[in-house]
Design a binder for this molecule. Sequence first.
Ligand code: GLV
Ligand code: MN
Ligand code: MN
Length: 411
Amino acid sequence: MARIDALHEISPLEGGGNSRLAFTDHDKAGRDLVVAWMRDLGLEVTIDGIGNVVGVQPGFDVSPVMMGSHIDTVATGGRFDGNLGVLSGLEVIEAVIESGEQLTRPLAVGFFSNEEGARFAPDMMGSLVYVGGMGVEEALDTIGIDGKRVGDELEQIGYLGGAPVPGTSPHAFVELHVEQGPVLEEEGVTIGAVESVQGISWTEIVIEGQSNHAGTTPIRLRHDPAYVAAEIAVFVRNLALRFGGDQVATVGRIDLHPNLVNVVPATATLTVDLRNTDEGFLAQAEAELRARLVELANTEGVAISANVLARFEPVVFDPRIVDLVERAAKRNGHSVKRMPSGAGHDAQMFARVCPTAMVFVPSVEGVSHNPAEFTSVDDLAAGAQVLLDTVLSLAGGYPSQEAHASEPPHE
Ligand code: GLV
Ligand code: MN
Ligand code: MN
């Protein structure tokens, strides 16, 4: 909790949250603090070509069991999103060191660059590059919403490192995170054993119309990007209602230009975030959106272009690690539920290269990406304990017998 509070003191927001957009000076200050804590624990710290930072216990010649998450936030973020997974990883390593427990594998903890994707798309950029899903040059050349380039910003904060990417695959990866949704709280369950992550589709849509006088231009003669943007927002809401199930749809950003009370805008730029646990439904949602854009371009006489910012298929985690999480929860007397994740996470990238799963703890009222995000100390501690037990099972520590019985993954 002391570390969570100290990291919160960097770029705090009224109401308890943080604004630490990727590769800003605030991000740098957070990084410096966490790196100092890694060094305090005697970890070997590496920084790679996209600024991912990994601390690993020295003195082993086998691959580590890795924990971690991210310390960047959205501009109106909570204090737990991401930070919990990194700082609980430090806590786990500290507890193991203090206990004198001898493990057969080192433990590692990492924080991965630009998980949020709020300033630079795609989200989970650092972990995606780590696992070889995106070339580092392409990532470094990404331009953000403020016109800045990832590579320049990363260099400016001193985190353009020399460790190679893709990075070496860990033996296994486990990420503790707040649920960021209402399910655990509603059902009175303390631990989520996360089985999967839903698919994500981000599109930036630019609508070009004709700027004109708001008083004199008859409606029949308008080519109005603001109207079209509104139609898109309503369309995706109705699409989600029609699909039902897990489908969600969000217009999170709209920019109008020139954005004046008495001017029909010249352009509208908006983003659409579509998610579904089912790849078929997600692809269908995208196709229906594209068809609607063509229709709107024709009826309103505007030009519409669509640019994919991020696209990740649903991910299924390794059932053996999910079992370990579930068992660790039960062994500690916590209620546990196997569940999917609604948010994107670094763990979904690691699932491409090693056995991976996640641990969730409840979010009060399911609020996240909001300074009001909150999880009780008891629930945070329960999650950290489950994380500890799970990685011990994977790294040859107590309770190893149970881990062997469950046939843990081998290299
Ligand atoms: C990342 O936080 C996302 O799921 O948008
Ligand atoms: Mn997160
Ligand atoms: Mn987030």
